[in-house]
Design a binder for this molecule. Structure first.
Ligand code: NAG
Ligand code: NAG
Length: 337
């Protein structure tokens, strides 16, 4: 035991000296009627060196295609399923039996993501009981390599600027405290969706494009002793600050969505802008992790999204894809890194 502890300490010391790096994945949204078959999509992930995939909901064809791919999978539980699952253990066991159990031996599940962007909202109070129910199923099966978590957006904040002033909104604080308490106990990270694009597009006069795109030559936002050269770091640190203010210091973060549309909003959107944002995000995640507030944090990330999706609302929403669904060609180059 002592030996193990010593080795662990030595490894930590070693890790602290190197710059932390984290893996990057891509969201496989499937709201399109012209998407390639799942087996081809899995091949595209592999050919492009994309080692992690987030799925918004379980689909047997996709899960079958993922068998033996070694791609790490974050699998979503649909928002509309949460209410029933919060009180009905059989519904949770049924979901597990249908979507995890048959694939356990050859699909590398990493996360079960209970709901997407539900705080604040009518369904927010169902998140924690469903997380607890899934944890009970996993504990019963002694599966400690799958993390149960949820995914929230910046809508949880009452204030988020500057990052050190960040707090959860009154209508989110209580539920966030409960969810974070559970994540602290299970030692699993919170998933956060962050879109500097929307912050820029909604206020281009005050938000600098280079700050949103990781291209600013120096510090743009000075927050006490902490200097921010890009908005994504500020958004991540807003979460660290808001968590700290409710007494949570040990829950990690994963950027479960970020991206930039290649079309749909005049000159705020272009393949060049999208390419710049996503390449820099990928570089940020895979080579220089940590933030001004938490330099040692290791924060994995997922780009949104694999394909342009023609069944989403018209405009920018249809144009977040890295690839064209019909030809499988890149809209602009990002991968392989
Ligand atoms: C997780 O653990 C289960 C049970 O031990 C195993 O079958 C599965 O291959 C493991 N998954 C990964 C990704 O290591
Ligand atoms: C968009 O066009 C306006 C007007 O020509 C210009 O001021 C602005 O810098 C352009 N923005 C981008 C992102 O190219």
């Amino acid at each position: 035991m002592m030996r193990l502890v010593q080795i662990a300490i030595a490894l930590c010391a070693l890790a602290a000296t190197a710059e932390a790096v984290a893996p990057i994945g891509v969201n496989y949204g499937r709201l399109g009627d012209n998407l390639p078959p799942p087996a081809e999509v899995v091949q595209m992930f592999q050919q492009n060196g994309i080692t992690k995939m987030r799925l918004f909901d379980p689909d047997v064809n996709v899960l079958n295609a993922l068998r033996n791919s070694k791609i790490g999978v974050a699998l979503g539980v649909r928002n509309q399923d949460l209410q029933l699952m919060s009180t009905n253990m059989d519904a949770v066991k049924g979901w597990f039996a249908a979507n995890i159990e048959p694939f356990l031996n050859d699909v590398a599940f990493e996360f079960i993501v209970v709901g997407n962007e539900l705080v604040p909202g009518e369904l927010a109070n169902f998140i924690l009981p469903v997380m607890q129910n899934f944890q009970a199923v996993l504990d019963g099966r002694k599966l400690d390599n799958i993390s149960v978590t949820t995914c929230v957006a910046t809508s949880v904040f009452g204030n988020s600027y500057p990052p050190s002033a960040s707090v959860f909104a009154d209508n989110s604080r209580e539920v966030m405290i409960k969810i974070l308490g559970f994540l602290a106990y299970t030692q699993n990270p919170l998933l956060i969706n962050l879109y500097p694009y929307f912050a820029y597009a909604s206020d281009p006069v005050n938000v600098r494009l280079d700050y949103a795109q990781f291209t600013a030559p120096g510090v743009v936002v000075q927050d006490g002793p902490l200097g921010y050269q890009n908005m994504l770091d500020a958004m991540i640190d807003a979460f660290f600050w808001a968590m700290e203010k409710v007494g949570v210091n040990n829950v990690g973060l994963v950027v479960s969505e970020t991206g930039w549309p290649s079309a749909g909003n005049g000159n705020f959107t272009s393949p060049t802008l999208a390419s710049t944002y996503n390449k820099n995000f990928a570089k940020r995640i895979t080579t220089k992790n940590g933030t001004p507030k938490k330099p040692d944090a290791v924060i994995p990330g997922f780009i949104f999204a694999m394909f342009n999706e023609n069944q989403k609302p018209a405009g920018v929403e249809q144009n977040f894809g890295l690839f064209l669904p019909t030809t499988k060609q890149p809209v602009y180059p990002v991968f392989p890194l």
